[in-house]
Design a protein around this ligand. Structure first.
Ligand code: M6R
Length: 360
């Protein structure tokens, strides 16, 4: 049941320190990544990694794909429903990773079948043991988030992103062209603190008060660059899904190529940062929106110049930039939740949507 919480969504958001600890458990050994079913050498013959997914899982896949790219491998991240029209060449050296919480999403299953028909090797990253994706793929890795009841995916997104980050380091170590992150040790060490940092966000978040302030705007924009871009897209999806308000996520640099025409004092802009070099782009574009009257909310670590110019701030603890984006996302989950609550929406079961989409 929901226990002390009014909604499953809030329960699941608050469960993240525990679900993330489960995701990580036993998977970092002696400063290296260990996956039970995939020992070192498992990815020797892979030269391209394709991610296929839908919705929130697609945003987690974007996160994973950026890390794969940084590790020196060729990678593509494809919306499962557009697989045929967007996939590059596939052969037996391609690893297709299906990112699907339920393991039952028809579009995703279909994309993996198409890739494997072309000879690709398949791997399911899923929450559900024995799901169709897990059974059909050559291998499966479980994100171990525990059951998620709310239609809005929250804790499963965080566990997917962490699992994919770990998997990337495993693959990069195997593949000859792969270059595991220089600061891999630091990154893995910082990961062990992630559950604790999520706890801090949950305890200190000002999202509820902020949701009250921004209520009644015309539209809500979410922007970011690099890993922050995928978090911005996820923030906007969650917001529209449960508040029924219009929200859009953009790559920060794209704002000036069209969407800026919509920006007024009635379009708050949530600018996601991760504490990395990529934040400067987000800042420049946030200032452009601000000079058209938009209130700017910085979402990210304190120690960055975006915070100085922003009108408000949803703060996250200082950590490795790879994990800071996930903390920013927790702030955005809370923002959506409290905005939807204020609007009296049926948070756990938004209209027209199902937890698992088994039609194409
Ligand atoms: O079960 P899956 O991860 O394959 O589901 C994919 C999407 O349908 C899902 O993430 C959807 O976008 C969420 N309800 C968003 O919160």
């Amino acid at each position: 049941g929901k226990g002390e919480y009014d909604h499953y969504m809030l329960k699941e958001i608050n469960n993240q320190p525990t679900s993330l600890a489960n995701t990580i458990e036993g998977r970092i050994k002696d400063g290296d990544v260990a996956f039970e079913s995939l020992p070192p050498g498992s990815f020797d013959d892979i030269d391209t990694v394709q991610f296929v997914a839908c919705g929130t899982s697609y945003h987690a896949a974007m996160y994973g794909a950026q890390l794969v790219r940084e590790a020196g491998l060729r990678t593509e991240v494809l919306r499962a429903s557009e697989y045929e029209s967007t996939s590059g060449p596939v052969d037996e050296n391609t690893l297709v990773i299906a990112v699907t919480q339920s393991g039952e999403t028809a579009d995703t299953l279909d994309a993996v079948r198409k890739a494997t028909e072309c000879g690709a090797r398949s791997l399911a990253v899923t929450n559900v043991v024995g799901s169709t994706a897990a059974r059909e793929a050559d291998d499966a890795i479980y994100i171990r988030a525990g059951p998620e009841v709310g239609v809005a995916a929250t804790k499963t997104y965080s566990s997917q992103a962490v699992t994919l980050a770990l998997l990337t380091q495993r693959i990069a170590a195997d593949v000859p062209e792969g270059t595991p992150a220089d600061d891999r040790g630091e990154m893995l060490e910082a990961l062990e603190d992630l559950p604790k940092h999520v706890e801090t966000v949950l305890e200190t978040s000002r999202a509820e008060a902020l949701a009250r302030d921004v209520f009644g705007s015309k539209s809500y924009f979410f922007i970011g660059h690099g890993l922050g871009h995928s978090v911005a897209l996820e923030g906007a999806l969650k917001f529209k899904e449960i508040t029924y308000e219009h929200a859009e996520g953009f790559a920060a640099g794209e704002l000036k190529h069209g969407p800026l025409a919509l920006v007024t004092e009635e379009t708050p802009v949530f600018a996601v940062s991760t504490g990395s070099d990529s934040d400067s782009k987000t800042k420049t574009n946030a200032i452009e929106a601000q000079s058209r009257g938009a209130p700017i909310v910085a979402v990210g670590p304190d120690d960055q110049s975006l915070v100085d110019v922003a009108d408000d701030h949803l703060s996250v603890p200082d950590t490795h930039p790879v994990w800071a984006g996930l903390l920013a996302n927790v702030q955005l989950q809370l923002l959506s939740y409290y905005a939807a609550r204020q609007l009296d929406r049926p948070i756990d079961k938004p209209r027209n949507l199902a937890k698992s989409v088994t039609v194409e």
